[in-house]
Write a protein that binds this ligand. Sequence first.
Ligand code: PMP
Length: 386
Amino acid sequence: MFDATLQQRLDARNNNFLLRSQQQIEPNEGMFINLDGKKTLSFSSNNYLGLSQHPAVIKACQNALRKYGVGSGSAYLVCGYTDLHKLLEDKLAEFLNYPRVLLVSSGYMANTGIISTLFSSQDEIYADKQCHASIIDGCLMSRATTKRYPHCNLATLEKHCQRSAPNKLIITEGLFGMDGDVAPLDKIHRIATKNNTLIMVDDAHGIGVLGQRGRGALELYNLGQKEVAILVGTLGKAFGSYGAFVAGSALIIDNLIQQMRPYLYTTALPPMVAAASLASLKIIQEDESRRKNLHALIRYYRKCAHQLGMKTSNSNTPIQPLVLGCPQKTLEISRQLGLKGLYVKAIRPPTVPQSSSRLRITLCAEHTRSHIDFLLESLSHAIKIS
Ligand code: PMP
């Protein structure tokens, strides 16, 4: 009976072109990976600055591996918290100009943990509809009344904020991971202030990439801890490492340390991973060239796509979605690109809304103009024939 139910679920997904599958990859050089033994150029990674392969990051990781071993050995509050974790928290706080930072073992844990620890059933949360699944799950776990406003729709957000509740929170991504646009944080801040509402920004995709100094979406609007009470970042994207963090006041961080279940009851990040993130942070702070190169590539991609008459979204970031609508067509174009030696993952519901299946093209600092030429030529051919 149970097996039949499970099989039916898979069949239903498959029949709707929504079956998910694992794709085994092997690194090759730079932005290339091996897929089924074939050298393939990837446009699907969130390693936006190419730091996961940076020699200084690898060396820092190796040095820490020799000294600390592989795993941290326990939860943060038992004996898993080392000088490297503390140093990374302090350096991130300094970089982002926040009073305190707390490392968390993943972005998924950070969002579910922060929201469900700090907010409860009497409170209200207003979250952008395009927010990541971990934010939505955190809202559900908190039992707060949650209203999801249409993507960046400020009129609806303002209406929600006029409601009354002991604590009200707006949650948005900074740079949206699926659409590549940036939340209008200045306007969101104005609405929040007028209506006595706190703001939480998950800038998993923006930190390291946006702003002259790489401080993310908040830097673009010149906002800080006074305006955005809770800032979440991840270390598995632009940092090329793994893990996540939350930045906030001492009061917020001290509360999380006492009660946040995904912080308390999980093994601390391996110290070598904290060391790698420290090395990445140093590069993000000291070497603007990767960010500059990435933004030049983004401009180049958009210019060439326009010249080819291809649809682009209103994104000036490394995430350049090509929304095709139908999952079957999206899968087919992704397959056609695969035949040419290109890897662009098809993203389908429920990760994105119905009828908005897309190729999520991500650009990285290690791509070149000729990589982009190759992608766009292949893409426009694949669109024509499918
Ligand atoms: N927030 C956003 C906006 C994300 O895109 C992701 C990962 N895709 C996460 C949080 C989760 O981060 P992690 O992979 O570290 O769990």
